[in-house]
Ligand binder design. Structure first.
Ligand SMILES: [Zn+2]
Ligand SMILES: [Zn+2]
Length: 163
């Protein structure tokens, strides 16, 4: 059955105007995968792609799976940048034999990693960094070229099932 997962996050722009941090078009999300029959697989989803890649496990190599980004909306106001993404994926019940657990439509311990890119005006180079669910917050990210602070993540991204 088709399931939709909503991911929402907000970061504080600590040095916004100059490096222009922006959300990257790729995200990684943990999903219970009916193809390799394992729970909590890291699944890479790219905006505009009609399929995603599941990382598989030690017996199944990475493989395509039915997931895509259905919505990707970002806004910037009052020194904050927000992102709301919806990932549609095909889910079917199965039993993870290795963990001896039934699969769930929203995996047991949802996890997401979101990427951000920027351009350093000082060094005329681009860079990127990511934020993810399982970090001790607040997390600060700085420019890898000139060390200026770029964003601060104060709350973990929200992940919930819409269907
Ligand atoms: Zn898989
Ligand atoms: Zn810089």
């Amino acid at each position: 059955m088709l399931r939709s997962i909503e991911i929402t996050t907000v970061v504080v722009l600590t040095q916004s105007p100059f490096h222009n941090p922006h959300w990257g078009d790729t995200l990684e999300l943990s999903l219970d995968c009916f193809i390799c029959q394992r729970g909590g697989r890291t699944t890479t989803v790219v905006l505009g792609a009609e399929r995603a890649v599941c990382s598989g496990d030690d017996r199944t190599p990475e493989h395509y799976t039915a997931a895509r980004i259905a919505a990707f909306d970002h806004t910037r106001e009052r020194g904050r940048s927000s992102l709301r993404a919806v990932v549609d994926h095909w889910w079917a019940p199965f039993h993870d034999a290795k963990r001896d657990q039934p699969a769930t439509a929203l995996t047991r311990t949802p996890w997401v990693r979101l990427h951000l890119g920027y351009h350093c005006p000082d060094q005329q180079k681009s860079g990127r960094f990511h934020i993810q669910t399982n970090e001790i917050r607040p997390v600060s990210s700085s420019c890898e070229h000139c060390a200026v602070p770029l964003v601060e993540s104060r709350e973990a991204p929200g992940i919930r099932s819409l269907t």
